[in-house]
Design a protein around this ligand. Structure first.
Ligand code: DC
Length: 215
């Protein structure tokens, strides 16, 4: 069983990279951000407050029934709600169980698991065979999210609003006490600010293949 851990801030490119790598190696893939997003969205729909522990826990307990493919799940505002529920330790504990089970016994009988998030290499799978930490400048990341959401016709105001939200989200994810966003000591750092996804994919592939042949 091989476990690959990929961490990094919002819109760093880690999701696209993770999906491609999982497909390449035929490993099971878990987007752990989607779990926090689904919980954040459920709190909103239930009329609750994402910073309230009880409201967030009520939503987290419904995890198995939540729709990870909801069209609203990807929006930057859902990302903000996710980041709020993610700062609550009891919510993280509930979601940790789910992530551990996935990594220990990947669905579909796959021989490997690839998880991406903020604390995979540090907390969820500290013993992962390989750890990658993907970064990019906040302006680049905001631009990516802006283009994804508004396309080339979006306004400067919409870009500025995404940039502000992303800065706040980084701040919350990095500075929270419970499992903050941080590169594991033995993680390989890949900066995607000036590289396209193809180049980063090739780099990651090389690192993983080297590790697998020496294991
Ligand atoms: O990766 P993402 O943008 O979909 O994540 C949404 C939020 O969920 C992120 O701002 C913080 C939280 N998160 C977390 O705390 N731990 C993870 N392993 C994954 C996401």
């Amino acid at each position: 069983m091989t476990i690959i851990a990929i961490d990094g801030p919002a819109a760093s490119g880690k999701g696209t990279l993770a999906r491609r790598l999982a497909k390449h190696f035929n490993y099971a893939y878990l987007d752990t951000g989607a779990l926090y997003r689904a919980v954040g969205l459920e709190v909103k729909r239930a009329g609750g407050n994402a910073e309230n522990e009880q409201d967030a826990l009520n939503a987290a307990r419904k995890l198995a029934t939540l729709n990870m493919n909801d069209p609203e799940i990807k929006s930057e505002s859902t990302g903000g709600l996710a980041s709020k529920v993610a700062a609550i330790p009891a919510v993280r504990d509930l979601l940790l169980d789910f992530q551990h089970r996935f990594a220990e016994k990947p669905p579909g009988g796959k021989i490997g698991a690839l998880l991406d998030g903020r604390d995979i290499g540090t907390v969820v799978c500290p013993g992962a065979d390989i750890k990658l930490f993907i970064t990019a400048s906040v302006e680049t990341r905001a631009k990516r999210r802006f283009l994804e959401q508004f396309g080339p016709k979006g306004s400067d105001g919409e870009y500025q609003s995404i940039l502000n939200d992303m800065r706040q989200r980084d701040e919350r994810d990095i500075n929270r006490a419970a499992s903050p966003l941080k590169a594991a000591e033995n993680a390989h750092l890949l900066d995607t600010t000036n590289s396209d996804i193809e180049a980063v994919f090739e780099q990651a592939l090389q690192l993983i293949s080297d590790r697998l042949t020496t294991a």
